[in-house]
Design a binder for this molecule. Structure first.
Ligand code: DQA
Length: 157
């Protein structure tokens, strides 16, 4: 008899421009945790939830579009903080709209309490849900939500 193996569903976390500076960037708004801290906490939570987590950060709009396109068929869900591109990028919005997997939009800060140009998210209408204003915990809540939405892994021989 062959032992059955299960492959855990994969979740992609996409971090947009300037989020590589977390920890030192406007800590009164974005907190003291670095991007490495956040990614490590998601990997650790993923182990408990039986979900594999890959993280990607880019300051470049086209690179983010490319990564979203490559996610089709490879990932069971996406968490995205498109950062400043949230408010400007039709290209990222369209790439997300082309997917058929759940997508959770996360923002560390509550964008509705900030400058008017941050109030609108071009992503909002095409994502499954949004988590705002809860700091780094928002990413972990997004991972928990995705883990509940993603179908159980299929056992393979
Ligand atoms: C942000 C909010 C955006 O307005 C800003 O440009 C960011 C971070 C957040 O996580 O609160 O870079 O997405």
């Amino acid at each position: 008899m062959t032992a059955a193996a299960t492959s855990h569903p994969r979740v992609l976390v996409i971090h947009g421009p300037n989020l590589n500076l977390l920890g030192s960037r406007e800590p009164h708004i974005y907190g003291r945790q670095t991007l490495e801290d956040i990614n490590a906490s998601l990997t650790a939570l993923g182990l408990r939830l039986e979900v594999s987590v890959d993280a990607f950060q880019s300051n470049h709009e086209g690179a983010i579009v490319d990564r979203i396109q490559q996610a089709a068929g490879a990932y069971a869900g996406i968490i995205i903080n498109a950062a400043a591109y949230t408010h400007t990028s039709v290209a990222i919005r369209d790439a997300l709209a082309a997917l058929s997997i759940p997508v959770i939009e996360v923002h560390l800060s509550n964008i509705h309490q900030r400058e008017p140009f941050r109030h609108a998210s071009l992503m909002a209408a095409v994502v499954t849900g949004q988590i705002l204003g809860l700091g780094a915990a928002g990413y972990r809540l997004a991972l928990r939500a995705l883990a509940e939405m993603i179908p159980a892994p299929v056992a393979v021989a």
